[in-house]
Write a protein that binds this ligand. Structure first.
Ligand SMILES: Cc1cc2nc3c(=O)[nH]c(=O)nc-3n(C[C@H](O)[C@H](O)[C@H](O)COP(=O)(O)OP(=O)(O)OC[C@H]3O[C@@H](n4cnc5c(N)ncnc54)[C@H](O)[C@@H]3O)c2cc1C
Length: 418
């Protein structure tokens, strides 16, 4: 028998402070045996990672955090890595460095828990790169029966299990595809031609391996963050063709904020984990007090959706800190917002004022409604998602099979998916 772990004073809110949590206890099991005992003796339990979600998807009666599950094993001569569910991408990158290994993509900051990021289909950007859940080649989880399961790419349940929203079991480890670590670079291209932004979106997104277009949907220039890795084609001819040139100073995604916590720009080479995210490991990211919303829609609707947002931009101004437009490649994962379609994704960082940000998100949802937007599972939204995912009934059947008593179903599930 293993150790028990600890039960800590539960966290009271999400990272941003904008989502209250209602946990009576937060359990941190020391090992697999302790976790199995916990899941079989706790009536209602939610797995929680780093709490970087902007809704109550992680909230519930009691929490389990896998901070003790923090091992990293390199597999198959570096083709893959087995990652304990307690790790963040920043910690994983530290562990991979001596092996010369990396992941193919990352989100805008490396502080996220790897299992929590995969569970909500967190993504970076890239017309040819899938979201972070597509890096997964096996999921190890403890079911609420206490059984331990490993589901591998190619297994019948795999496409349903990866993006799991913490509803199928407690994930203890993931096997991820790894790639050789090579230096990455990024530049920020100020783009003053705001009126033609919608028509240029596809060209902008093709400029590099990972591209983010930041705009406030007003007359201010947008900023195009282009990231590439050594060995990729030089993106400079592309941006010159579009009449763009790199900024000669460092910039923050939110206009006017000090870029001191941002990853290095101006084409300076550096490690993948210090270029693919916008924010550096070891620093507090972004603005802190904020709410985020994001909507994924089929890539071909990107220009029309951008025009629709430009028309309502003046209604967003008081709530909006910045907006980011990214491209993400299609996949087959049942609850991935990219399931079956290359997507163009419209992200909004709102002020922490929930009245203002909720009203602004409603304006966006109304503007994007003709394009069947799929909201980011981990961000604020009001949309009814039930008709948006063809495989949702299959996911529900899988959930009932793996967690028949609904131990892991919390208030978010009851409200959004039940
Ligand atoms: C500043 C900031 C920047 C962000 N940038 C991006 C971005 O670039 N791209 C993007 O797509 N998103 C981004 N996000 C959103 C974020 O990536 C997602 O919300 C992600 O799910 C957060 O993971 P977490 O572990 O912190 O969240 P949590 O709320 O702790 O967990 C998220 C979900 O994962 C489940 N879960 C956690 N651990 C486990 C486990 N061991 N087993 C089973 N289920 C588990 C939880 O139950 C919950 O459903 C950003 C968020 C912030 C705050």
């Amino acid at each position: 028998m293993g150790g028990c772990g600890v039960t800590t004073t539960p966290r009271r809110s999400s990272w941003s402070g904008t989502v209250p949590y209602h946990f009576a206890a937060e359990h941190r099991p020391a090992d697999l045996d302790a976790l199995r005992r916990l899941v079989t003796t706790t009536p209602r339990l939610r797995p929680v990672g780093t709490g970087h979600t902007f809704n109550d998807v992680a909230d519930g009666a009691e929490a389990v955090a896998l901070t003790a599950f923090d091992t990293v094993d390199v597999l198959d001569d570096g083709a893959a890595v087995r990652v304990g569910a307690g790790l963040t991408h920043a910690r994983l990158a530290e562990e991979l460095a001596p092996h010369g290994l990396a992941l193919a993509n990352l989100a805008s900051l490396p502080h996220l828990n790897v299992a929590g990021a995969v569970a909500t289909a967190t993504h970076g950007s890239g017309t040819r790169t899938g979201n972070l859940a597509t890096q997964v080649r096996a999921v190890e989880l403890v079911l609420t029966s206490g059984d331990v399961a490993t589901v591998r790419r190619g297994d019948p349940d795999f496409d349903g299990v990866v993006v799991n929203l913490g509803l199928l079991g407690v994930v203890t480890a993931l096997e991820l595809d790894a790639v050789p670590a090579v230096d990455h670079r990024q530049v920020v291209l100020p783009d003053a031609d705001v009126a033609s932004l919608p028509d240029r979106l596809a060209d902008l997104h093709r400029l590099g391996r990972s591209v983010s277009v930041f705009t406030r949907w007003d007359d201010a220039p947008s900023h195009v963050w282009v990231k590439w890795r050594d060995g990729d084609p030089d993106p400079a001819p592309g941006w010159e063709t579009l009449g763009l040139a790199p900024a000669t100073e460092e910039l923050h995604p939110i206009p006017g904020l000090d870029p001191v916590h941002c990853t290095a720009q101006q084409g300076v080479p550096g490690p993948w984990v210090e270029r693919l995210p916008h924010f550096r490991p070891g620093f507090l990211p972004s603005a802190g007090d904020e709410v985020q919303s994001e909507y994924h829609l089929a890539a071909e609707h990107g220009p029309a959706a951008a025009r629709a947002l430009q028309e309502v931009g003046h209604l967003l101004d008081s709530a909006l800190l910045t907006s980011e437009i990214r491209a993400i490649a299609a996949d087959e994962l049942w609850l991935s917002p990219q399931s079956g379609q290359d997507t163009c994704s419209f992200h909004f960082t709102w002020t922490a004022d929930l009245t203002l940000s909720s009203a602004a998100a409603l304006v966006v949802e109304h503007a994007l409604a003709p394009f069947a937007p799929r909201p980011h599972w981990g961000k604020h939204f009001a949309l009814d998602v039930r008709g948006l995912y063809p495989r949702l009934p299959d996911f529900e059947a899988l959930r009932r099979r793996l967690d028949p008593d609904g131990v892991l179903a919390g208030p978010w599930y009851d409200r959004v998916l039940a």
